[in-house]
Unconditional design. Structure first.
Length: 414
C-alpha cells in the first residue's frame, strides 16, 4: 500500500511529460501532458482552466481526449470552449485537432463508426444558449457538426459513466448549476434511442425532475447542512440501472457522502427515484465510475482530503494564508485514489493514482477508459495553476495491469 506521506515529487524538465517519484510509486506516476492551457491559450486578461477531460477510441484505433475550457477573461485570439486531442501512440504524445466546438462539460462516446459528445451550453442564470447539446464526428474527431440542443435549461454534468443497453443510451444531468449550486436543484435521467438519429431531439427522452433530497441534520454539524447534488454516474448492476451522485455538503464540512438513485425504463416512462444516502469515497468532488466486463468489477477515481472542519486549527490557518489554495480545508484535491467495487455501492481501496506534495496542486475531474490490461486516466491537473481548483494542465496517466491490484480480493470458488 502506498504511503502518501512518503511521496516526493520530481518535475520533469520537459513540458510534455512528468513523473511523480517515490520509494513506493503511485499507480499513475508517469504522465504525459495532453494540453498546457496557459501556454496553449495566452490571455490578455483574466485566466483559464479546464473541466473534466473525457476519453474514447476512434474507429481507426487512436485515443481521443476532449478538453472543455472555463474562460474567465479575454484570450488574445478567438477560442472555442471545447478542444479535442489525438494520440496515435497510446497516450505518449498528443496533438490538437482542428475540430472545436462551442459545447462544453460533458462526455465522449462512440456508436458505430461515429463519435459523439454530449455537453452543455452556459448554465449559470439559465442564459438562452443553455441546455443539453450534442455534436457528432464522422472522421474520428477531425471535424464536428454544429451543436444541436436536445433539452433547453440550466443543465450540466461532466465526464461520467453512461450505460448502453437494449438499444438505449442512458446518462444524467442536474440543473443546480443555474444558481452555481447555491440553491437546491433537480436531477434528471436522459435516454437516447440508438436506432434513430441522435442529432434529432425526438430521439431522446427525459425523466421528470427529481428534487434534491434533504440531508438529515444528524449527518452534518449544526449549521452545515446545506449542499448540492451534481455530477452523477449511471451504471448497470446485475441488470438494474443505478445512479451515483456527488453530494456537496456546505463548505465540504462532511465528505465522502453520496446519493444513490434507481432507474426503471418500460420504453415509454423513465421511472427515476431516490434510494438513499450512502458512503462514497471522494463524493465531495467529482468521481467517475467505469465497469470492467473482463474482471467483473467497477472502478472509480476519488479525491481524498486529509483534513476537514476545524479539527486542526494550525492547518486551517496555514491554508487561509496560502494565496494559491482555494478554501475550505475539505477542498483539498492533491490525492487522487483508485477504488474498486463488486456492486458499485461498497468501495474498496486499490491504491493511489497521483499524490502531489503541495496543497495548491491537484489531479481531479477524471475521464476513465479501459485499454486491455491497463486503465487510462485523463485528469484535470493543477501542477502550477492559480490554485488546486483552477488548473493549468490536462494530463494522461496509464495504470498498467490494474486488475492485479485487486486479484487477491476475488473470492475463490467453493
Amino acid at each position: 500500500m502506498n504511503k502518501p506521506t512518503a511521496l516526493l515529487l520530481t518535475l520533469a524538465a520537459l513540458a510534455t511529460a512528468g513523473t511523480l517519484r517515490a520509494d513506493e510509486p503511485t499507480l499513475g506516476a508517469d504522465y504525459t501532458v495532453v494540453f498546457d492551457h496557459h501556454a496553449g491559450i495566452p490571455m490578455e486578461s483574466g485566466y483559464i482552466y479546464s473541466g473534466a477531460p473525457s476519453l474514447a477510441r476512434t474507429s481507426d484505433g487512436a485515443l481521443l481526449c476532449s478538453v472543455p475550457l472555463n474562460i474567465r477573461g479575454k484570450p488574445r485570439g478567438a477560442v472555442k470552449t471545447l478542444l479535442f486531442f489525438r494520440s496515435d501512440d497510446g497516450g505518449a504524445s498528443w496533438k490538437r485537432l482542428p475540430g472545436e466546438s462551442d459545447a462544453t462539460h460533458g462526455t465522449l462516446f462512440s456508436h458505430g463508426k461515429a463519435l459523439y459528445f454530449l455537453g452543455f451550453g452556459k448554465y449559470v442564470n439559465n442564459p438562452p444558449d443553455s441546455g443539453l447539446k450534442i455534436i457528432r464526428s464522422d472522421d474520428d474527431g477531425q471535424t464536428w457538426t454544429a451543436p444541436v440542443t436536445l433539452f433547453q435549461g440550466p443543465y450540466v454534468n461532466t465526464a461520467s459513466s453512461y450505460v448502453i443497453r437494449n438499444g438505449q443510451f442512458y446518462w444524467c444531468m442536474d440543473d443546480g448549476g443555474g444558481s452555481g449550486w447555491k440553491k437546491p436543484g433537480n436531477t434528471y435521467v436522459i435516454a437516447g434511442d440508438l436506432s434513430k438519429d441522435l442529432l434529432k431531439p425526438a430521439s431522446w427522452r427525459i425523466s421528470a425532475p427529481l428534487p434534491m433530497p434533504e440531508l438529515p441534520p444528524s449527518m452534518s454539524r449544526p449549521g452545515k447542512s446545506g449542499g448540492a447534488i451534481l455530477e452523477g454516474n449511471v451504471v448497470e448492476v446485475n441488470g438494474r440501472l443505478q445512479l451515483s451522485w456527488r453530494y456537496l455538503i456546505a463548505e465540504r464540512d462532511s465528505v465522502g457522502i453520496g446519493v444513490i438513485c434507481d432507474l426503471k425504463d418500460d420504453g415509454k416512462k423513465l421511472d427515476y427515484r431516490f434510494r438513499q444516502f450512502h458512503a462514497l469515497p471522494g463524493a465531495q468532488s467529482q468521481f467517475n465510475i467505469v465497469h470492467d466486463p473482463a474482471g467483473g468489477l467497477y472502478w472509480m477515481n476519488a479525491n481524498l482530503p486529509t483534513r476537514t472542519q476545524d479539527q486542526d486549527p494550525a492547518w486551517n490557518a496555514q491554508l487561509s494564508k496560502n494565496p494559491n489554495y482555494k478554501l475550505p480545508a475539505g477542498h483539498e484535491r492533491r490525492i487522487l485514489a483508485l477504488y474498486c467495487s463488486f456492486d458499485a455501492l461498497n468501495w474498496l481501496p486499490a491504491g493511489y493514482i497521483v499524490v502531489w506534495p503541495e496543497v495548491r496542486q491537484a489531479s481531479q475531474y477524471c475521464g476513465l477508459l479501459i485499454d486491455g490490461d491497463d486503465l487510462l486516466v485523463a485528469a484535470r491537473t493543477s501542477r502550477a495553476g492559480r490554485n488546486q481548483h483552477d488548473n493549468d494542465l490536462t494530463t494522461f496517466h496509464r495504470v498498467k495491469n490494474f486488475r492485479e491490484r485487486t486479484a487477491f480480493l476475488l473470492p475463490g470458488k467453493e
